[in-house]
Design a protein around this ligand. Structure first.
Ligand code: PLP
Length: 272
């Protein structure tokens, strides 16, 4: 694992007064690794920097971190899987306010080997709907994930891959992925504002659609529009693009992965 600037054996290095552990006071990234190379590492590092800025966390140089993460992947001989990394506001006596400015942040990272065993991207999956009860800064990738954890658990208890979240009538995203719908050949996805995390996979899909001459509207849509869509899919790192065939008891389109979704799955695969 990476602990600050050292690659070392994985051991219990977390201080019980680490602010990430006690308050969820920190930020993180999950980066896919294919053929021994982190995918879209620059984009992940840029988002990390932005998250740091938004929570007023002063972290070290991103270029150094990037190099360290690449070193970690080769030290672990990782061919396919993920890098998990987080930066917390450091360890200090437990008071809610920020610790003294000279308290060093704590950066940790490790890798996990993962192969895709069941081809969920080809087969599709189901989702459930649940109210989005998160705070109003979902654009920051912070360690505070309890509402996401609760939503995902609800999905799993219903045999579904994801919980699609809605604030009142408006669909925002899912517990750990972004949501796209397709209607009459046009894609719709919630705009990248404070209500969603602007996924790196989401951004890449929007770019790919431009090249494919597919129109993407970054605009809100309702739960009814989701249920009435021709196609629905979710996107996230390593999950990539997964067709959603059923939402609660509602079949989407003809209940099979749609043509546009299949095209995007193919295009995304060609990136690695
Ligand atoms: N939305 C949420 C809430 C997430 O947690 C994630 C990823 O974990 C995403 C969207 C997808 O982001 P990315 O494509 O960068 O993995």
């Amino acid at each position: 694992m990476l602990f600050n600037d050292r690659i070392m054996d994985r051991e219990n290095v977390v201080d019980i007064e680490d602010r990430g552990y006690q308050f969820g006071d920190g930020i993180y990234e999950v980066i896919g690794v294919y053929d021994g190379k982190p995918l879209m590492l620059d984009e992940h590092m840029e988002r990390l920097e932005r998250s740091a800025k938004e929570i007023k966390l002063n972290m070290g140089l991103i270029d150094d971190l990037k190099t360290k993460l690449e070193e970690l992947v080769s030290a672990n001989n990782l061919e396919e899987g993920i890098i998990y990394m987080q930066v917390s506001r450091g360890a200090a006596a437990r008071w809610h306010e920020f610790p003294k400015a000279d308290t060093p942040t704590v950066t940790v990272a490790y890798t996990r080997a993962e192969n895709r065993t069941n081809n969920v991207e080809d087969q599709g999956a189901t989702a459930v709907l649940t109210e989005d009860i998160r705070w109003l800064r979902c654009d920051i990738k912070t360690l505070n994930l309890l509402p996401n954890v609760m939503a995902k658990q609800e999905a799993v208890e219903h045999g579904a891959i994801e919980a699609i979240l809605h604030r009142g009538e408006i669909v925002t995203e899912a517990s750990a992925s972004n949501v796209f719908i397709v209607k009459d050949g046009t894609l719709y996805t919630h705009p990248a504002d404070n209500y969603i995390l602007n996924g790196i996979t989401r951004r890449k899909i929007i770019q790919l659609c431009e090249a494919l001459n597919l129109k993407v509207n970054e605009q809100t849509y309702t739960v009814d529009e989701l249920l009435d869509a021709d196609e629905v899919f979710i996107s996230a790192t390593k999950l990539d693009v997964v067709p959603i065939l059923k939402v609660d008891d509602h079949t989407i389109g003809n209940g099979e992965p749609g043509e546009i979704t299949k095209q995007i799955v193919q295009e995304f695969r060609s990136l690695y």
